[in-house]
Design a protein around this ligand. Sequence first.
Ligand code: NZQ
Ligand code: ZN
Length: 389
Amino acid sequence: MNSSFVYSIPTKVYFGENQLQHLGKELRNYGTKVLLVYGGGSIKKNGLYDKIRKEIADSGLELFEYSGIEPNPRHTSVNEGAEICKRENIDVLLAVGGGSVIDATKFIGAGAYYNGDVWDLVTRKAPITHCLPIITILTLAATGSEMNAGGVITNLDTKDKIGMGAACMLPKVSFLDPTVTYSVDRYQTSCGCADIFSHVVEVYFSMDKDLSMLDSFMEGLMKTVIHYAPIAMEHPNDYEARANLMWASSWAINGFINGGKTHAWSCHPMEHELSAYYDMTHGLGLAILIPRWMKYTLNENTVSRFEQYGRNVFDIHNDSDPMVIANKAIHMTSEFFFKTLGLKSNLSELGIDESKFEIMAKKAAQNGTFRAFVPLDAEDIVNIYQLCK
Ligand code: NZQ
Ligand code: ZN
């Protein structure tokens, strides 16, 4: 067991309703010129935009806006945002949205200190040295970007989608109001839930001997998603369901569950290629991949981990052979994604054929899946894509 690690996530979180009254005060800690960054307009439809403008006006802050951040945010948008920061001498960034807006804002903040294409920072061609302070208002429970230092940016010219992080990009403050997520539709709710679930899966499936309290915590997170996802889908305004999913999203990927584990993730690199080539919704791609990856990695060496997953997450309590329990657990994972969450189960349903499998596999393997739970090379990854057809 490797239980030596450093854990430091100093993001201050305001959780719950009626917390926006603290927004002005928190922004003011970092200056007076605020750049509000948001996406395609959902915050205007649900009334959040007006509330934010009022808080900022009441606090006497100077407001600038940059909107139109796309799902799977593009490096070109990040470059535009960074230019505004330089031109207007912005002091602090306010990201209002889901993971795409928050991720883009992180690179806008870093790009404000870089003379050149922000893509250089994403691809590690140039180091990320500084970032403008970031405050977030999360509107979709999914990526955990509100409480971690990473971001994922897409370059449509090169067909690359790359994740990169730096401590300076960690949000200083995040506002998590579950009622803001009432307006998230069924599809984005299910994709978000698949993403939260996947962040735990990527860490849970490891043959490292874990701190067992982290195993229990991860099993609790997965059970939370399984329990509350269908409630949020059926009753979008159910506060309890939205609150549990929102807090689960942050804790699934703020570093806590890693507990010293350093192995590479498997399904995210494979999914990021699907998003890069087909602009797919992240959670949907993960839902399609995970059960196939599980099938592919189940063997005599790994069966004990799948058995524990089956018993503790899906409550499969019987005396069957571990392999039987493992297979049942994988089946129940598929049922959760495709029946409960109602997500499409095959790439062909999305019009994706095998023409890009090899190139996507090659790129995904470069991103380190060979250090994963079960090491995967490009050929393995093609095989897993084939299982998703
Ligand atoms: O753009 P708007 O109009 O706001 O609409 C968005 C968008 O169309 C909508 N939405 C968000 N909040 C809403 C809402 N609609 C109604 N009511 C609300 N309250 O939802 C759509 C999707 O938003 P997006 O931000 O793209 O979703 P998500 O939060 O799932 O973010 C996905 C991105 O994050 C990356 C993914 O790869 C993808 O690019 N990830 C970031 C991670 C991180 N930083 O740690 C880790 C993840 O594994 C992931 O890779
Ligand atoms: Zn994810």
